[in-house]
Ligand binder design. Sequence first.
Ligand code: FMN
Length: 206
Amino acid sequence: MSATRPYVLVLYYSRHGATRTLAEQVAAGVESLGDIDARLRTVPPVSPTCEAVDPEIPESGAVYATLDDLRHCAGLALGSPTRFGNMASPLKYFLDTSSELWLNGALIDKPATAFTSTASLHGGQEATLLSMLIPLLHHGMVYAGVPYSETALLATTSGGTPYGTSHVAGGRNERDVDETERHLAKAQGRRIARLARALHAETSHA
Ligand SMILES: Cc1cc2nc3c(=O)[nH]c(=O)nc-3n(C[C@H](O)[C@H](O)[C@H](O)COP(=O)(O)O)c2cc1C
């Protein structure tokens, strides 16, 4: 167990920046509680050629996640662009390196949530969010979406689902994350932080 303050790992992949903006809102929601941290991390792109080597520190955005970031988190918020109705391979690739955590049950009973960005309104947001939930359930995590007490879910004409926050980017990624999408991402961050804080307190006193 880490000696640092409990934190929610906000782990995302983003090529054009939309999922990164959602991640920053989720992190702001986590930090708004004041007594639990958000640890914002990304993953490197994967290359079809095994020779390609990227710098160890990305040019912009969060630094790359390590397995220890995942191992010691009190909760997880996972963000990915939609790729053919599924999560992007760099994020899946990272999760596929987490067998040791699975073997040791390191993520059991920790809360998790997911968020995504698509080009089009009906481009597979819910399918992607549900696909992101599958490996988290294998790890024994407790999934939390966005409840309808967030009334923006009923009113939104852009992103936002009970499975997790979403954003609609448009065919040329021309659409910024709007106020409703930002609001829901932040609320999602607050919720996962509250759950992480409660479950962390329960397990650390057990
Ligand atoms: C290989 C690939 C597959 C994609 N598949 C979908 C899709 O199934 N549905 C959709 O609406 N958008 C799809 N997109 C568009 C991205 O989801 C969209 O551009 C998203 O906003 C990118 O997020 P980012 O700004 O975080 O990179 C795809 C993009 C790529 C490159």
